[in-house]
Design a protein around this ligand. Structure first.
Ligand code: ZN
Ligand code: ZN
Length: 110
C-alpha cells in the first residue's frame, strides 16, 4: 500500500511541508531526513551534488530516489515510494485538496 492510505496525521503534514519547502527551488533540494528524522523545517536547502556528503555525515547514507535527476535520499525503504508519490506524482498543491487536507488533521489513535 503506497501513499494515500499509508500516511496521515503528522507524517502527512510533514510531507506537505516538505513539498511546499521544495517549491520554487528545484535547483536546490530539501533534505528528506532533516525534515522527517529531525523535524527540521524550512531553509534547509542543499545543492544536489552535496546530498550524498550531507546525508552520510549528518544522517545515514540512506536510499536514493530512483527518479532520474532527483538526488533526494531517504532513511528507510518504506519512505521511497512515499517520497515518489507525494513529491513526484501528485500535482502541486495536493496538500490543499480533499482528502489530503482532511487526513492531515486526523490524529493517530492510541
Ligand atoms: Zn539532512
Ligand atoms: Zn525523488
Amino acid at each position: 500500500m503506497v501513499g494515500d492510505e499509508a500516511v496521515w496525521g503528522e507524517e502527512l503534514r510533514e510531507f506537505a511541508i516538505y513539498c511546499q519547502d521544495s517549491l520554487g527551488c528545484r535547483k536546490k533540494i530539501v533534505c528528506h531526513m532533516c525534515v522527517f528524522d529531525q523535524h527540521n523545517y524550512f531553509g534547509k536547502l542543499h545543492a544536489p551534488s552535496n546530498m550524498l556528503v550531507h546525508c552520510s555525515s549528518k544522517h545515514t547514507i540512506g536510499y536514493k530516489c530512483p527518479k532520474s535527476g532527483c538526488m533526494v535520499r531517504v532513511a528507510t525503504p518504506r519512505e521511497l515510494p512515499l517520497h515518489i508519490h507525494f513529491y513526484h506524482e501528485l500535482p502541486t498543491g495536493w496538500w490543499e485538496m480533499t482528502p489530503y487536507n482532511e487526513k492531515m488533521n486526523v490524529m493517530k489513535g492510541d
